[in-house]
Design a protein around this ligand. Sequence first.
Ligand SMILES: [Zn+2]
Ligand SMILES: [Zn+2]
Length: 261
Amino acid sequence: MGLFDLAALIQRGAFPRGLSVCSICQAWPAQAICSACIERFAQPLARCPICALPGFAHPCPSCCASPPAWDQALCAVDYSFPWDACVARLKFTGDSASAADLAHVMQHAPGVEPALEWADAVLPMPLSRERLRERGFNQALELARHLSPGKTIRDALLRIRHTPTQASLPRAERLGNLIGTMVVHPAHANALHRRRVVLIDDVMTTGSSLQTAALALRQVGVQHITAVVFARTDTPPLAPDTVRSSVADNPHHVSHRLGSP
Ligand SMILES: [Zn+2]
Ligand SMILES: [Zn+2]
């Protein structure tokens, strides 16, 4: 068996994790993402402390003009080479084991460990039931489990209707598509009152999904919200006042559209 056959076998999971090639540079043997690649591609950047937009040491103009419903966002890497491929592998191939690799990179991003320690609860961004059925797992939940198994609450946030894949929609339509689609599960609402929460997601683009989640959390009195994402595009956040949760307007309507989690 040649070295390349062996590498292919390892990549297909034929050997226990820990003995593998780096998924970025193929160095062997290595951690699933080797420390040389983390050193090379995941250097911390100056980021807006509120929305994690790269290139700002202080709150960016969008956040100054209209701060989002969350308090701070932390991000490990830019959504670009080689991390875009790592995210795609996590999201579309069903390889939830690669969540461990990305969580490892997230854990080393500035501020992430203290935020997780300080949090009372760690909540993954939810998928709709339809998307969960189609994909088989929620990549944000996989990340959360690796980051903070003891504090992760899997179903505290729920999406209350299916929305088309965000990436397939023009930017302006993403917002309308998300309005009123997230709610805190009533079973967790009291426990989250006046608590500190970390929201986990794989990729942040305009921040509109995070905004929808943060509004739902504020609705039940969550005190502090830190968004922790693996990767972020360089898109400035959408003005938060354009993201309005219909939960606020019509709580009864929402609560009876909820099924069991
Ligand atoms: Zn490597
Ligand atoms: Zn900002």
